[in-house]
Design a protein around this ligand. Sequence first.
Ligand code: GDP
Ligand code: IMO
Ligand code: MG
Length: 427
Amino acid sequence: MKVDVLLGLQWGDEGKGKIVDVFTPKYDIIARFQGGPNAGHTLEFDGIKHVLHTIPSGIFHEDTINIIGNGVVMDPIIFEREINELKTLNVDVSNKLVISRKAHLILPTHRVLDAASEAAKGKNKIGSTLKGIGPTYMDKTGRNGLRVGDLELADFQQRYDALVAKHVEMLKQFDFEYDFKEEEEKWMASLSTLRELNFIDSEHYISEAMKAGKTILAEGAQGSLLDIDFGSYPFVTSSNTVCAGACTGLGVAPNKIGKVYGIFKAYCTRVGSGPFPTELHDQFGEDLRKAGHEFGATTGRPRRCGWLDLPALKYSIMLNGVTDLIMTKADVLSAFGELKVCTSYQYKGEKVEHFPYNIDEENISANFKSLPGWDKDLTELSDIAELPHELNDYIEYLEGELEVPITVVSVGPDRTQTLMRGLKINA
Ligand code: GDP
Ligand code: IMO
Ligand code: MG
């Protein structure tokens, strides 16, 4: 069997958590491959609304193994909180959640460094979630990081102390007051929860699972436009969010990747700073935020809203080798009247149809095409055949442009509000 991948094609929050949860009954294993608690993946079912940060979105299903892969960075404090929240919902993770020894640990001082770095950037700040993501990946690539497997070593405390001493030195360059002692105590205490779980070598684990015929779905975090290499740099996150990240973040060979599910909202959102060519700065943008409840699942910040951006989507599809598209939040566009879709950009005075190097506001503006909207509540629909014809036309227009079939249409946050459009999983 090959590993299928589900990932976001925009700036994150496309609905990955919801769709992974919907697909989980078709898979034996769900595996997160990058990012960390900067992610907020929302699941809704049976009247429960739950947000996951580090734990894969397959955790609510009885017979599924969930893997936190080597490409992930984890904060033991947040992880413990997630485990405790799951306990209140009677979800016991002990026999279905495993963690790669090679996943890196976020220390309290990584979070301080994140905050100090953002404060020093002033109005040029990235808009980081302040979870310590950037500094932790910097330590990983700088070959200084602490890994989950280090918890099994006799000299773990010395390694921790050495890294913290390095961070304290680094913090001297910032004019930033901090005190991490209380957080450090919490961090040390929370390690006991982590130690209760099984640590694995995810590359071997997944290889054996594939040989045994197990089905595996890799769950992305963030979105392709936040990728460290291909996103709107420097306003990006610090990991490879594209499909290749699933290979490095789990230890899967590129020729073992199967389907690539690319998920996108029927419009566009972005949280944090950075360019956003189709952003709506008017009442329409406000209305979209309200209708879509567009507030960050991790930080609660309002998400910036705009129209769907086809050149950006085509770029993401190209980078990821998307085989199936999943469109979410079609229901939010109901009753908006005329809809717009960006088909090209004016870039430094010229019309371009690709996603260029520099999408800063002063260089770029969006060219739009108008499409008729639909005035029908989609949230109660149970069959794809019931879609209003304007939405069918919208979907067919997008498929023509994107050259990939849209095989799932999501019409609400709940598990049940998911319409299949010819999707075949493991068939
Ligand atoms: P993720 O980070 O990609 O998992 O997405 P988030 O959970 O951060 O944000 C998606 C939000 O939209 C969550 O509040 C979901 O419950 C919600 N959502 C997902 N799909 C749909 C949909 O089709 N319609 C509506 N109205 N909400 C949705
Ligand atoms: P999910 O998985 C949306 C954004 C932040 C900021 C930038 C860098 O829920 O889709 P970081 O904390 O990584 O240093 O922040 O990336 N960002 C996200 N935006 N969804 C996410 O995750 C995000 N994770 C990070 O807002 O602009
Ligand atoms: Mg999210």
